[in-house]
Write a protein that binds this ligand. Structure first.
Ligand code: C2E
Ligand code: CA
Ligand code: CA
Length: 958
């Protein structure tokens, strides 16, 4: 089934294999095959025609011959002359187509003649002989004469001879045909080759085309039309391609030229010959090296640039591209180039020359170096920073700083100097590479423009000029002072770069921060133990000292003591004259205390106006008493503050170990209690601790506790003390005085608890209650009585300091619905002086509401009358102490008189307090005092009694 396609493929293969490759070959083969077929067919047909004709002719000739022979034989046979027969036959057979002639007589005699063999003929092949034999029939003729038969003549054809004749003819005609064929083939081959030769020329089209010659010229005159046209077409397309390629090549060349000039702009370029010598350099090359072109041409490239990295191989002529960084000597120092050397090959693959392209990377390298250096220095700074964070000893930090400075700058000597501004000296604190004994020795140093010169000179002195050829100093500046400097020394004269300076400054800053922190730490330690104002040990340190004294006394079996000192009236000074004066007073007082103390005693400030003195190793109570007396006297002497003489006194309490306490806390408490007792007993003195004092202290504590509950429990009440108009004797007003009805102790005096209320702040709610209660009472009286006089309320400092006071008062008055003019407020001088501006504002407000204002206890403070003009006051109450000795004490009388007349000149009404006798009344009347208040008129009365008084007596209504 598959054989047919297989065969076809095989044929196709064969055809491909046999098919000539050239056109001439193919056309010629085709022609030759056609001719062969034609000649072969012609020859075949010719042969066939000749063959048949020859056979026919031979057959005819044989018939004729047999006739002739039979004639001759008849004659002879009749006579029996067989010899003649035989001769006749022999003669006849020569040149005949027969092989043999036989005459068989009737008797069976046979005469046989055979033709001689003709050797000139080429014997035919057997098949031909056979064929000829097949086509001829032997000739038999009966020889009869006169109707009588004498025998039979048989002629046998010589088929070999006939075939040879035919074969010879065939060979001859075939030979002829072959000659003719060969001649025609030769002619055809020649002509074909000639005509197609033009096509062959196309092969050289490239060369001829490039040469610019047209192909037309090469065409032979007898070129066939098709080829002529084809070649012209090729010619045309070649011309257009030439144009196109020409343009492309021109563009390419142009761009190449531009590339080259761009490269020339950007890079340093040179050409190098096969041997490695520079043959051409561009402008950049000349400019960057600073050499002339003549210097460079002919130089060995390997000499112009040694590899930067020592391990890497230098360039030498080779077949491969070379890349590397090279150091190039130039007129202004060594430059660093990145170099690429590219071999250029010729057609034969041999190196023709080299193109060397360089880029100057000096700046980039320097930049990279700077970054590396910088990173290293940042690392060093971080190390110092970490060390600084550990907050170890400064000395270690200084030493590390000098080592890091050496490492970062690349030198062997660095130092940290500390300055002493007071002495004008500097000293080496730490040094790297300095001789061991160098530290500590001070040398003259004056901070300022020459500062560095001093340090440099000292460095040279210590290190010798060989090690300190040049130096750089950066200062260590803490926020409030110039601490010192960090210096670095280089052996040779050199300039230090900006980044080096920056690095050293970084180190110096870290040192400064560490020093500041150390300072702050010391300061904190100091502050934790000492009082900032007086420089005395504080309460904390005092405890430690006292404990030390106790331990010492316990060990030695002797006594120790502690004194508690409180300045009397310090608060008034502070309030009136301001804190700076108060501070100055404390400072002066502390110096006086120190003057009184023994050398080993420790004077401490406990806070505010409280001081203490630790008295170690007390020989006797007398010794303590002497010191205490000294202190009381010293503090009683006037202080000169802002040009004024100020009197303060001190109350001193003394407690002794082991009697008054076994430990520091108890001892201090005992001394405090004793001091309190001294204060209570009139101030300006001292007291030794007594066990009973503790009871007083305990009582005060109990009072405090009870007071907290008093308001809720309704234990407070008000008593009203009347004031009398001196001229008419009418009741001009009341003063509301607070009373505490204690469940166990009965009525407690305000002298015992007002101070506690003030201290604890309870005075604010209680004071508010007083105002409300007065308003309520006024409301009740206004409804029941005809004439109601104003009621004065005592205000405390705390209340006045409270900005909300006027609003509180307004609200209470509005709620009670009473006439605000029925209210009066009493304030002391010191309250007014504490914050005059605020006081003026508050008083103006109260005044605007219609209330009256008066100064209480006038004369006990320090204010001058003129000063009081600033406040919107109505009245002035002369303190009891002036009134007390009035008729007898001339001084008091004079003061009272003067105060009254001055007050009047300021339009102030004058009330005398604590009037107890008719004598006092007389004097006051004489001095034209306006009103009086005191036991002479009435003790403070409960509300009911006060109302009764209003009914009995004439009243000056508000
Ligand atoms: P003060 O304002 O000087 O009040 C007058 C004090 O003198 C009253 O004492 C009164 O009883 C007393 N007294 C009156 N006449 C005479 C006299 O002829 N001879 C003597 N020796 N004393 C006389 P009290 O009531 O014990 O008040 C003492 C202080 O308590 C008052 O002095 C006042 O400063 C304060 N105080 C009383 N009540 C209040 C109040 O409600 N609020 C505030 N903040 N302080 C008050
Ligand atoms: Ca008063
Ligand atoms: Ca008073």
């Amino acid at each position: 089934m598959h054989t047919v396609p297989k065969l076809l493929t095989l044929l196709a293969r064969l055809h491909q294999f046999l098919l000539p490759r050239s056109l001439v070959g193919r056309v010629f083969t085709l022609f030759a095959l056609s001719m062969l077929l034609f000649v072969g067919t012609g020859l075949g047909m010719f042969y066939r025609h000749q063959f048949l004709q020859h056979i026919e002719e031979t057959q005819d000739a044989a018939a004729t011959l047999v006739e002739v022979a039979s004639q001759a034989v008849e004659d002879s046979a009749v006579i029996g002359d067989y010899d003649t027969v035989k001769r006749t036959l022999s003669t006849m057979i020569v040149q005949s187509p027969f092989h043999s002639a036989t005459f068989i007589d009737l008797d069976g005699g046979v005469i046989r003649v055979e033709a001689p063999f003709e050797g000139s003929l080429t014997p035919a092949p057997a098949w031909m002989t056979h064929r000829v034999a097949g086509a001829l029939f032997d000739v038999n003729r009966v020889v009869s004469v006169g109707g009588k038969d004498y025998g039979v003549l048989r002629l046998t054809f010589d088929e070999r001879k006939l075939a040879a004749q035919m074969w010879t003819l065939l060979l001859q005609s075939a030979g002829l045909a072959a000659v003719a064929l060969l001649v025609s083939l030769a002619l055809a081959r020649y002509l074909l080759a000639r005509w197609l030769e033009n096509l062959g020329r196309l092969r050289f089209y490239g060369d001829e085309g490039a040469a610019g010659a047209g192909l037309d010229a090469a065409l032979s005159a007898d070129a066939p039309l098709e080829i002529r046209e084809a070649i012209q077409a090729v010619n045309r397309s070649a011309a257009s391609m030439r144009d196109q390629y020409g343009q492309r090549i021109a563009t390419l060349m142009n761009s190449l030229v531009q590339h080259k000039s761009a490269l020339d702009q950007a890079a340093i370029v040179c050409e190098v010959d096969r041997e490695g010598r520079i043959t051409a350099v561009n402008e950049q090359f000349v400019r960057h090296t600073g050499y002339t072109r003549e210097d460079l041409i002919g130089a060995e490239l390997a000499r112009v640039g040694a590899p930067l990295v020592h391990a890497s191989r230098a360039w030498s002529p080779s077949h491969s591209v070379w890349n590397g960084e090279v150091a190039v000597p130039s007129r202004d120092g060594e430059r660093q180039w990145h170099r690429t050397v590219v071999p250029i090959f010729d057609g034969a693959g041999q190196v023709e020359k080299y193109i060397c392209i360089d880029f100057d990377i000096t700046e980039r390298k320097e930049f990279e170096d700077a970054i590396v250096h910088n990173a290293k220095r940042q690392g060093l700074l971080a190390r110092l920073g970490r060390k600084a964070l550990e907050a170890g000893p400064l000395q270690e930090l200084f030493e590390m700083a000098t080592q890091l400075a050496c490492e970062g700058i690349g030198v062997r000597h660095a130092a940290v100097f500390g300055f002493d501004a007071d002495l004008g000296t500097a000293a080496l604190q730490a040094g790297a590479g300095f001789p061991p004994g160098a530290a500590g020795a001070p040398f003259p140093h004056i901070p300022g423009p020459d500062s560095s010169e001093y340090l440099a000179r000292w460095g040279r002195t210590l290190l010798g000029p060989g090690a300190a050829g040049s130096s750089i100093e950066v200062f260590i500046v803490c926020h409030d002072r110039l601490y010192g400097a960090l210096s670095v020394y280089a052996p040779l004269a050199r300039t230090f770069q900006e980044d080096e300076d920056g690095f050293l400054n970084g180190l110096a800053n870290i040192l400064a921060t560490a020093i500041e922190r150390e300072d702050a730490k010391n300061r904190l330690t100091y502050l934790a133990q000492y009082d900032a104002l007086t420089g005395l040990p504080n309460r904390h340190r005092l405890s430690a000292c006292l404990e030390g004294a106790i331990a010492d006394a316990a060990g030695g079996g002797h006594c120790a003591g502690v004194m508690f000192i409180d300045l009397d009236r310090f608060k008034s000074v502070n309030d009136m004259m301001g804190h700076s004066v108060g501070d100055e007073l404390l400072a002066q007082a502390s110096r006086r205390l120190q003057d009184c103390a023994r050398p080993d005693d420790v004077v401490a400030r406990l806070g505010g106006d409280e001081f203490a003195v630790v008295l170690p190793r007390l020989a006797s109570a007398i010794e303590a008493e002497t010191i205490a007396r000294c202190i009381v006297d010293a503090l009683a002497r006037p202080f000169l503050l802002q040009g004024q003489q100020i009197f303060v006194s001190a109350s001193v309490g003394i407690a002794g170990y082991p009697h008054d306490g076994q430990d520091a806390a108890t001892l201090l408490k005992s001394a405090d209690t004793a001091m309190y007792s001294a204060k209570n007993s009139g101030r300006n003195n001292f007291r030794f601790f007594e066990a009973a004092m503790h009871a007083n202290a305990a009582r005060r504590l109990q009072l405090e506790t009870d007071l907290h509950l008093a308001l809720e429990r309704g234990e407070f009440e008000l008593h009203y003390q009347p004031k009398l108009r001196l001229g008419s004797g009418a009741v001009s007003g009341f003063e509301a005085l607070l009373r505490w009805r204690h469940p166990e102790r009965g009525l407690v005096s305000p002298l015992d608890f007002i101070a506690i209320l003030e201290d604890t702040g309870l005075i604010l709610p209680v004071g508010e209650w007083v105002i409300a209660e007065v308003c309520r009472q006024l409301g009740v009286w206004s409804e029941t009585l005809e004439n109601v006089p104003p009621v004065a309320i005592n205000l405390s400092a705390r209340q006045l300091a409270h900005a909300g006071l006027p609003d509180t008062v307004r609200a209470i008055v509005a709620a009670a619905g009473i006439d605000p003019r029925l209210l009066e407020f009493e304030l002391t001088e010191s309250m007014l002086m504490a914050d005059p501006e605020a006081a003026v504002a508050i008083l103006s407000n109260l005044k605007a509401q219609g209330m009256r204002l008066s100064v209480d206890d006038f004369g006990t403070g320090y204010s001058s009358l003129a000063y009081l003009k600033r406040f919107p006051l109505d009245a002035l109450k002369i303190d009891r102490t002036f009134v007390r000795d009035l008729p007898t004490d001339g001084d008091d009388a004079a003061i009272t008189k003067a105060v009254i007349s001055l007050a009047h000149s300021l339009n102030l009404k004058v009330v005398a307090e604590g009037v107890e006798t008719i004598g006092q009344v007389r004097v006051l009347e004489a001095y034209q005092c306006d009103e009086i208040q005191g036991y002479y008129v009435s003790r403070p009365l409960p509300a009911g009694a006060a109302a009764a008084l209003l009914v009995e007596r004439a009243v000056v209504a508000a």
